[in-house]
Design a protein around this ligand. Structure first.
Ligand code: ADE
Ligand code: ZN
Length: 335
């Protein structure tokens, strides 16, 4: 089963580039940029990665991202993640980045996106991995601030496919960003959002009804509301589920109580993703491996999850067809 999971072609649809920042790379970049970080060793950093909730994690995550200054830093961060994609048979990835985490510190938007984009181009040339970018607004900041980010993004519009909404969920409902999402859609960006990770089902309703999102990041708390489940199924909206993240942030007590299989049985289109792999103890394959064990998933379930990852991606229909036919061949050979 582990071999099957590692080898099956897949896409990753929920990944924060800042959340791929491994302690070793963080140390190296901090050193070359002459920035002090409050940890003496890689081991000390890893020990600090114990979280009671989303906010605990976010405090450390934003601190870590604070050492990123130059285009090369963003390139190195992103290329390091894409190297791991190549090793895990990830054929396609949709990368979220948080511009405000960097522009707030005086790093220009152009520096962030150019570094990330160049890494994506190189990974495409080297391994044939396709990727696209999701610009995420930080929901703990104001809508006005998000509008500033939208404006900064416009010269790079061709490099960005979608907008997302992340950071501290409780107290920052999707409706707070109604106008900026509308403006983003008018610019051609596809609307996505984190919803129902810590926030209740009503946040998911708002993300669907007010922000008109095309995919739900997390969506765990959709399980609170039967009407919502029916709507998600009827609208054919996929969930980007992140099992190890949910465990690390105590969204679920442990993986054996994770609702992923229940969601699949209800007809919800689910995908498996790593969210912030450097912080939550595993890349995408580890997420598949651990949730498979915890919920006793079959090869067919794993195949369905991989299939959803391509079908509900934002890739072109031509690319989807190529990936889905490769997946089909793999599955028939490895049943
Ligand atoms: N930013 C990075 N990871 C996140 C998560 N799991 N939820 C909300 N914001 C995030
Ligand atoms: Zn996330």
């Amino acid at each position: 089963m582990e071999k099957f999971i590692k080898e099956i072609p897949k896409a990753e649809l929920h990944l924060h580039i800042e959340g791929t920042f491994e302690p070793k790379l963080m140390f190296d970049i901090a050193k070359r940029n002459g920035i002090e970080i409050p940890f003496a060793s890689v081991e000390e950093i890893e020990k600090a990665y114990q979280f009671d909730c989303l906010q605990d994690f976010l405090d450390i995550y934003y601190q870590g991202a604070g050492v990123l200054l130059h285009e090369q830093d963003f390139y190195d961060l992103c290329f390091s993640y894409l190297t791991k994609c190549a090793e895990q048979n990830i054929r396609h990835t949709e990368i979220m980045f948080d511009p405000q985490t960097h522009t707030e510190r005086g790093v220009p938007f152009s520096v962030v996106i150019k570094g990330i984009h160049r890494a994506c181009e190189d990974a495409e040339k080297k391994w044939g991995i396709s990727s696209l970018l999701i610009m995420s607004y930080l929901r703990h900041l104001s809508e006005e601030d998000a509008f500033t980010t939208l404006k900064q993004s416009l010269p790079f519009k061709e490099l960005i496919t979608a907008v997302g909404l992340d950071s501290s969920e409780k107290g920052n409902p999707p409706s707070k960003f109604k106008n900026v999402f509308k403006a983003s859609v008018n610019e051609g960006y596809i609307p996505l959002a984190h919803a129902g990770e810590e926030g209740d089902a009503d946040y998911i309703w708002e993300a669907l009804d007010i922000l008109k999102i095309k995919r739900i990041d997390h969506g765990n708390n959709s399980m609170q509301d039967e009407n919502l489940i029916a709507t998600i199924v009827e609208k054919d909206i996929a969930l980007t589920v992140c099992p190890l993240s949910n465990q690390a942030l105590q969204v679920v007590p442990n993986l054996s109580t994770h609702p992923l299989k229940k969601m699949m049985d209800l007809g919800i289109k689910v995908t498996v993703n790593s969210d912030d792999p450097a912080y939550f103890g595993g890349q995408v394959n580890q997420n598949y491996i651990e949730i498979q064990k915890a919920l006793d998933l079959t090869k067919k379930d794993i195949y369905e999850l991989a299939k959803n990852s391509f079908e509900y991606s934002l890739a072109s229909d031509d690319l989807k067809e190529i990936y889905l036919s490769e997946l089909e061949r793999f599955y028939l050979k490895n049943l």
